[in-house]
Design a binder for this molecule. Structure first.
Ligand code: IMP
Ligand code: MG
Length: 173
C-alpha cells in the first residue's frame, strides 16, 4: 500500500476547520455544549476544531470500530463509552468520516436514548455516494469521492493516522 500525494493539504484542512468552527460557534451562541469525539479517527480533527469553538464545551469520547482493512463490517464495537451524563445537554458529535453512515446512525440512536437536549453531527469528510443509512449531517467539512483515504487521523490497519494531510491510499504497482 502506498500513500499518494495530498488530496487535502494541511492548509485546506485548516481553513475549512476554521469555517466549521465559526458556523458552530454562531449556531450555539449563548449555549454550553458537550463535544463528543469518535475515536480513534477523529482525534486530530476533534482537537483542532474544539480549540476554535467559541462557546463553552465539555469534552468526551467514544472509542468505536467497524472497519476491517478497507471495508466497513457493519458490526460496530464500542471499546469505550462516554463518561459524562448528557441528559438535557447540547451534544455535538464529532466524527472523521461518514461512509455508509452505519456507524454514525448507530451512535446517534445510542446517544439520543440518553435524552440530550439536542444532538448535532459534525464530520470532516463525507463519502456521500457510499451512503446506505439515512442520516442527517449538520456540519460537513468536505464531500469526497469514493476512495480510501488516510492521514489526519484516518488509518489503514492503524497506520498513517499521524500524517498532517489527507491522501488516497493506493495498492502498490
Ligand atoms: P461507516 O459506518 O461506513 O459510515 O464508516 C465510518 C467509519 O469507517 C469512519 O468513522 C472511519 O473510521 C472508517 N472509514 C470510512 N472510510 C474510511 C476511509 O476512507 N479511510 C479511513 N477510515 C475510513
Ligand atoms: Mg471514525
Amino acid at each position: 500500500m502506498v500513500v499518494g500525494k495530498p488530496l487535502l493539504t494541511v492548509l485546506q484542512i485548516q481553513d475549512r476547520v476554521k469555517e466549521l468552527a465559526r458556523e458552530i460557534s454562531t449556531d450555539y451562541k449563548g449555549k454550553e455544549i458537550i463535544s463528543i469525539g469518535v475515536l480513534k479517527g477523529a482525534f486530530m480533527f476533534f482537537s483542532d476544531i474544539v480549540k476554535l469553538i467559541q462557546v463553552p464545551t465539555d469534552i468526551d469520547f467514544l472509542n468505536v470500530s467497524s472497519y476491517s482493512k478497507t471495508e466497513s463490517t457493519g458490526k460496530i464495537k464500542i471499546h469505550t463509552d462516554i463518561r459524562e451524563d448528557i441528559r438535557g445537554r447540547h451534544v455535538l458529535l464529532i466524527e472523521d468520516i461518514i461512509d455508509t453512515g452505519i456507524t454514525i446512525n448507530y451512535l446517534k440512536k445510542k446517544l439520543l436514548a440518553k435524552k440530550p437536549a439536542s444532538l448535532r453531527i459534525c464530520c470532516l469528510l463525507d463519502k456521500k455516494e457510499r451512503r446506505t443509512a439515512d442520516v442527517e449531517i449538520d456540519y460537513t467539512g468536505f464531500e469526497i469521492p469514493d476512495k480510501y483515504l488516510v492521514g489526519y487521523g484516518l488509518d489503514y490497519e492503524n497506520k498513517f493516522r499521524n500524517l498532517p494531510y489527507i491522501a488516497i491510499l493506493k495498492k502498490r504497482g
